[in-house]
Design a protein around this ligand. Structure first.
Ligand code: BDR
Ligand code: CA
Length: 311
């Protein structure tokens, strides 16, 4: 299995991604889950991460709290999508498993130094604050990363938090700039892909009819999460953004994309946080990211349902 660190701001879709990873030990070995401020503030994202690990029946998973604020901006949150707790939907009890004492950024640094060169993959599912802070604090770890597979950005789908920007990149564009400029092998799941991972009724019913608690919770989270997309975009269901990252590690063939140059806008007020992807290769700039564009959505949902059934 591939060794991964999940960096996350749960979020219902983050929660499903964590469940998918914890249900797939033959494919991914989750060294730790690091919370970051994003969809909701840090005290809630770290708590939600622990709720999800317990739901997966893996209370031994190490959960850390990372950074509470973006590198140089005020935190923007998304309660309008995820609800007040970040994980609205079914009623969930507070977790009893502990939060690790070590800071999340230090955990990322220490792990990359301790594990053999090129064997740890970072999976950011929220703003890139923790990863960028770790790279700035310990530049020696940058080369040691095997790959970063992240959810963020958009190209043909443009923005979901502003007309030009996707939420994760918009919240901390300076952090995104550091990560996209780091030289680490990057695989990106933008809105272009994640808006194909739509929770249609039959797909949600398939989760529910698994018959276990995880399946029911995922169905109920989806019921909640969907209302936003239905009202706002009139779409059939909600995009399960973050699980695309984990699904890629398990079954990369579900995705297709292009290796292109992607730069992050950090200056313009109008387009702050935009991922400027050189899809048609017109800039002459060096490609730095595998930018995904398409997904086998039926394959994605069968994988998800099959794995959730193990929990
Ligand atoms: C991203 O923003 C968050 O609201 C989701 O969890 C996902 O990571 C989608 O833009
Ligand atoms: Ca997220």
């Amino acid at each position: 299995p591939r060794k991964i660190i999940i960096d996350t701001d749960p979020g219902q879709d983050d929660a499903v991604a964590i469940l998918l990873a914890l249900a797939s030990p033959e494919d991914v070995d989750v060294l730790g889950v690091v919370a970051v401020a994003g969809n909701v503030p840090l005290p809630l994202t770290e708590k939600n991460a622990r709720i999800v690990c317990e739901l997966a029946g893996k209370p031994e998973t190490k959960v850390f709290a990372g950074e509470a604020e973006p590198i140089k901006r005020k935190l923007v949150t998304a309660e309008h999508v995820h609800g007040k707790t970040g994980l609205d939907g079914p009623k969930m009890d507070d977790p009893t498993m502990p939060l690790q004492d070590q800071g999340g950024v230090d955990f990322i640094i220490e792990t990359l130094r301790a594990e053999p060169f090129g064997t740890v993959t970072l999976c950011p599912l929220g703003p890139l604050t923790n990863i960028a802070t770790a790279f700035e604090r310990a530049p020696d770890i940058v080369d040691r990363v095997q790959e970063i597979v992240l959810m963020g950005g958009a190209y043909f789908q443009v923005g979901n938090i502003t007309p030009a920007a996707e939420f994760n990149i918009y919240v901390d564009p300076e952090a995104a700039k550091i990560v996209f400029g780091s030289g680490v092998k990057l695989t990106v799941m933008p809105l272009d892909v994640t808006h194909k991972a739509l929770t249609t009724r039959p797909r949600v019913e398939a989760f529910r009819s698994i018959g276990n608690r995880a399946g029911r919770m995922v169905a109920e989270w989806t019921d909640f999460f969907e209302r936003f997309d239905k009202e706002k975009y009139g779409s059939e269901g909600a995009p399960l953004h973050d699980p695309c990252v984990i699904a890629y590690l398990i079954k990369p063939d579900l995705f297709t994309g292009r290796f292109v140059n992607v730069e992050i806008e950090t200056e313009s007020e109008l387009t702050l946080g935009m991922t400027v992807a050189d899809w048609w290769r017109v800039s002459g700039r060096e490609p730095n990211a595998m930018f995904m564009g398409d997904l086998d959505s039926d394959g994605f949902f069968s994988l998800l349902t099959e794995r959730l059934a193990r929990l």
